[in-house]
Ligand binder design. Structure first.
Ligand code: MOS
Length: 687
């Protein structure tokens, strides 16, 4: 699996760039389908209770209405369907009268046109027997319980209490992050139809194979009875990783009305009924010697979940690996509430967790009178501080040093509230980060065509991140041919099992399969077709600490009259293994850094405690960084290579989003002298 051509490492624009800017690229809702019906989703307006009635007669004679499916007439689904965490009640749409949260789909109105479906959905009377709800998240909520441990189990290494007691300086603080929403530019859309007993669908998702597998279980079908395709996807950020309500509802309605049905969520519905990052409340204690060596880190995050679906916001991922503390203890508490089931949102766990760890490290540096950069350098571990495993490659120090050099960190006066520009206070801050790397089993096939070209088929998805372009270069490199000889086929569940575009493991997982298939094809002199599945070879990956790293530096200005914090400069140095395409990798990490800026200064899902409902389920009320909020961002890569993964790739999907919020919060402290322990950094929190 040695690399043989120069296809990797070249900055190339997206293969589909022209199709996208000319409008030729088709997203899920754009694919023409004959005889199409449109479904409009009706969401519960109460936070807890039961459906009393759905008055179909009130809308059935409205123009174009074909029918309404709801809990008493919908096709029955397999209650065992689920995912990583077991059965997932979020998939069980229209199966009973129970309302577990405001925003739960209660009906789908189906009509000849989208407008007719929407008009009837708006007119559909749904009555409820309302019950008292609880949507008020607190860390000490009586319903709190230990979180499931599938991804981020509790650890207890060394004697945390004794090390804290022996520490010269201890930071003990509580930090909070709000509900945040993925809300990708392309709303979730699916078009489904049945060909006999076989389900066909075009769906916007992060991985057609995993979605098809879930749909097969849900509708009690064999895998070859479900065929899911995607062409282009306009972002996912985690919310298109699971089988979405648009697909389940479209498939149910297509089954009932025996015609193709398209369901596209509205922007509000994307907020109200697809994945959100849960609110977190995290207590952290860090103890150090006077020279800055860490004795103990004790990190106890709590986060909200829904009883409908198990989930873990793994906030302690970085806590277990970033620094060489003598003792480390972590445990996570899940608090079940009557809220939208949280799920993976970009950099799940690592993003809110790193805000806490890296803010607390900054507070520790302040109390020690130490440069926050130097504090990180003094606590660089030799092996995994919890696992005891070697690092496959660890270039955090290179990121910190090179980032500091480019940013001009060495001239920083570490005392707060000293710099002014006119009326504005100026400050800088940094954060160190990591994000786990690895690969999941995937299959790929390559066919050598008589004309010297190759058809490379893999069930990957391009969320808009440039996966098509990257995989074309990877295939060209693995086959030792030019990229013009590669015809890539992706986004189709029929292409076989493949990991989804998620967990920052899309490129590594797919590259592994493509590299293995290419090696086999070369062994047979570039003749015929080979198909491989990497489940076997992945098992050979040695047990190691395997992470991407970055260092983020921020400069802010704060207006002391209004409390307005604005980002002036953001610089990230990344170690993400070998960079497949510097143009797109840079675009990806910049996107992540803007997400981190958004998290720091803008994003906040707000709930009305009386109704339990979101009050800002749109881009008017849910603020994100707009162009004017984003300065020129500097992002670059230090040399890095992952020895265990073909082509040395680690993955750059999510790491840009990790750490940025802490770097900005630390800069706001440096400007103002006021610590920001709750996100977002609103005006009222600055003064
Ligand atoms: Mo993700 S949050 O890796 O889809």
């Amino acid at each position: 699996m040695n690399t043989t051509t120069g296809a990797i490492g070249i900055a190339r624009p997206r293969i589909e760039g022209r199709a996208k800017v000319t409008g030729a690229a088709r997203y899920a809702a754009d694919v023409p389908t004959p005889n199409l019906l449109f479904g409009s989703v009706v969401l519960s307006t109460v936070s807890r209770g039961r459906i009393h009635g759905v008055d179909v007669s009130a809308v059935q004679d409205m123009p174009g209405v074909v029918g309404v499916i709801h809990h008493t007439n919908a096709p029955r689904l397999n209650p065992k369907a689920g995912g990583f965490f077991g059965p997932d009640g979020q998939l069980q749409l229209l199966q009973d009268a129970v309302i577990p949260f405001a925003g739960r789909p209660v009906a789908l109105v189906v009509a000849e046109t989208l407008e007719q479906a929407q008009a009837a959905a708006a007119a559909l009377p749904v009555t409820y027997e309302e019950e008292p709800h609880d949507t008020a998240f607190t860390a000490d909520h009586p319903a709190g319980r230990p979180a499931v441990t599938i991804f981020d189990g509790p650890v207890d290494v060394g004697d945390v209490e004794a090390e804290l007691a022996a520490s010269a300086v201890v930071v003990e603080e509580r930090y909070r992050t709000p509900e945040e929403h993925c809300s990708a530019m392309e709303p979730h859309s699916a078009t489904a139809w049945w060909e006999g007993e076989r389900l066909e669908a075009i769906d916007s998702n992060q991985g057609p194979f995993t979605i098809a597998a879930t749909m097969a279980t849900l509708f009690s079908l064999s895998l070859d009875q479900v065929h899911i395709r995607t062409e282009h996807v306009g972002g996912g950020f985690g919310s298109k990783g699971l089988c979405g309500p648009q697909l389940i509802l479209a498939a149910m309605a297509a089954l009932r009305f025996r015609r193709p049905v398209r369901v596209t969520l509205t922007r509000a519905q994307v907020f109200l009924t697809t994945a959100m990052r849960p609110a977190t409340d995290q207590l952290i204690r860090i103890g150090a010697d006077a020279d800055g060596h860490l004795r103990a880190i004790w990190h106890e995050p709590a986060f909200e979940i829904s009883p409908l679906a198990e989930y873990i916001e793994g906030c302690t991922e970085l806590t277990k690996t970033l620094y060489a503390a003598t003792a480390i203890r972590t445990n996570l508490t899940a608090v079940p509430l009557d809220v939208l089931p949280p799920s993976s949102m970009r950099g799940p766990g690592a993003v809110p967790g790193s805000f806490v760890l890296e803010s607390a490290m900054d507070e520790l540096a302040e109390r020690l009178g130490l440069d926050p950069l130097e504090l990180r350098l003094r606590n660089e571990p030799v092996v995994g501080p919890v696992s005891g495993l070697p690092f496959s490659s660890r270039n955090l120090v290179a990121c910190l040093r090179e980032g500091a050099r480019r940013f001009g960190w060495d001239t920083r006066d570490h005392r707060p509230r000293l710099r002014r520009e006119g009326a504005l206070l100026i400050g800088t801050g940094l954060a160190a980060t990591s994000f786990s790397a690895g690969a999941f089993p995937s299959s790929a096939s390559i066919t050598a065509e008589p004309d010297g070209t190759f058809i490379v088929a893999i069930g990957a998805t391009d969320l808009g991140t440039g996966a098509r372009t990257a995989l074309t270069a990877i295939a060209a490199d693995a086959l030792a041919v030019g990229t013009e000889r590669i015809h890539l086929k992706i986004s189709d569940s029929a292409l076989g099992p493949a990991w989804a575009a998620g967990g920052s493991r899309g490129t590594t997982s797919w590259a592994w399969a493509i590299a293995e298939a290419a090696a086999k094809l070369r062994d047979q002199d570039y003749r015929g077709t080979v198909t491989v599945d990497t489940s076997q070879s992945l098992g050979d990956l040695p047990s190691q600490e395997r992470h991407a790293y970055s260092a983020i530096f921020a400069q802010v200005s704060v207006d002391p009259a209004t409390g307005e914090a604005r980002l002036r400069r953001l610089l990230g140095m990344f170690a993400v293994g070998r960079v497949v395409n510097p143009l797109m990798a840079r675009s990806q990490v910049i996107g992540g850094m803007i997400g981190g800026l958004s998290m720091a200064l803008h994003e906040e899902g707000v709930r009305d405690p009386v109704s339990g409902r979101h009050v800002n389920a749109d881009f008017a009320g849910y603020h994100i960084a707009a162009h004017a909020d984003v300065p020129d961002i500097e992002a670059d890569f230090v040399p890095d290579y992952e020895p265990g993964i073909p082509m040395g790739i680690k993955g750059a999907g999510e790491i840009g989003n990790v750490g940025t919020a802490a770097a900005i919060a630390n800069a706001v402290w440096h400007a103002t002298g006021v610590r920001q322990r709750s996100l977002p950094i609103r005006l009222d929190r600055v003064l």
